[in-house]
Design a protein around this ligand. Structure first.
Ligand code: C2E
Ligand code: MG
Ligand code: MG
Ligand code: MG
Length: 290
């Protein structure tokens, strides 16, 4: 690709690079005001029991509602947030916003679902996190088990975090490892992990029906999870055959476009209402994780 040109003699590669740099400058410049001006919004992707169709939880996914560029996905700005040193601030905002939203749904009389939040490694440092979290839950009148913290494999490997992760678990917060299987291949470290859930990464799900290696990896992860007592969910499920394969191998919880895309909060409330009526009618509804 570096060889083709855009007609003005620039290499496309250079164009992409230039655009990336412009993005970084733009992002760094506007991030502070974006936080202040409430330009970040959360979308929520329902997680499903593929055997019953019941919704079992939500994952909160951040978007930047940029005044000129429109709705931007995290792939566009998350690394810039990290580099600008604003990740902790953004994560704090996400946690507050999820709790505020869950409390609002609860006030509307809806059955609230456990909601996952993506937590980056930098969030863990230098703060009294447990008292901070407990005061947020207290403020919104929520139980700590309403939240699930998705951490990455690299965070999960840092033993310095173990006492804190253990304290979170002791208080009922679910801790899951996101994008499982993408970074470290040794299963040995699972022995010491203070986490209780594994999310099988989409890159393996894509291989179902295509790659026997991916299928073997999924089967192995599912086997280890069941033997060691980890909850399990697969992400990026787009095809019925993928869901069927996962079901056949003991992974019934899934998240993916086959069932739901990430939706704005305004569409989740009505969805929860519909699911509750469906449940009363005896069809697929909500299966609270509690
Ligand atoms: P993730 O935590 O692994 O989230 C799943 C991503 O896969 C989401 O992308 C979701 O929209 C997408 N996805 C879900 N189902 C499917 C599917 O069936 N097919 C395909 N192709 N994609 C699917 P999104 O929202 O663009 O987020 C990308 C990543 O950005 C997330 O990956 C997460 O690592 C990060 N991220 C999102 N929100 C936050 C946040 O609040 N804080 C932090 N630190 N990171 C976040
Ligand atoms: Mg995630
Ligand atoms: Mg993931
Ligand atoms: Mg992923």
């Amino acid at each position: 690709q570096a060889k083709s040109t855009d007609g003005q003699g620039y290499y496309l590669f250079d164009n992409q690079l230039r655009e990336k740099l412009q993005q970084k400058t733009m992002i760094a410049k506007y991030l502070h005001s974006a936080l202040e001006n409430h330009e970040f919004v959360l979308h929520y992707q329902p997680q499903v029991n593929a055997a019953t169709g019941d919704v079992i939880g939500l994952e909160a996914l951040v978007r930047w509602n940029h005044p000129e560029k429109g709705l931007l996905l995290p792939g566009y700005f998350i690394s810039a947030v990290e580099e600008a040193g604003l990740m902790t601030q953004l994560t704090d905002w996400v946690i507050h916003e999820v709790c505020r939203q869950l409390a609002a749904w609860k006030r509307e009389g809806l059955q609230i679902l456990r909601t996952s939040v993506n937590i980056s490694n930098s969030w863990f440092y230098n703060r009294n996190l447990i008292p901070m979290l407990m005061s947020i839950f207290g403020h919104y009148g929520l139980a700590p088990d309403c939240l699930e913290f998705e951490i990455t494999e690299s965070t999960a490997l840092l033993e310095e975090h173990y006492p804190l992760l253990q304290q979170m678990r002791d208080r009922g917060i679910i801790v899951s490892v996101d994008d499982f299987g993408t970074k470290y291949s040794s299963l040995n470290y699972l022995k010491h992990f203070p986490v209780n859930k594994i999310k099988i990464d989409r890159t393996f799900i894509v291989g179902i029906g295509q790659s026997s290696i991916d299928e073997t990896i999924i089967k192995s992860i599912a086997y280890v999870a069941s033997q060691l007592g980890y909850h399990l969910i697969a992400e990026g499920v787009e095809k019925r055959e993928q869901a069927n394969f996962l079901l056949a191998h003991g992974c019934k919880h899934v998240q993916g476009f086959l069932f739901y895309r990430p939706l704005p909060a305004g569409e989740i409330g009505p969805l929860l209402k519909r699911l509750e009526s469906a449940m009363k009618a005896g069809t697929a509804g909500i299966d609270e994780c509690k």
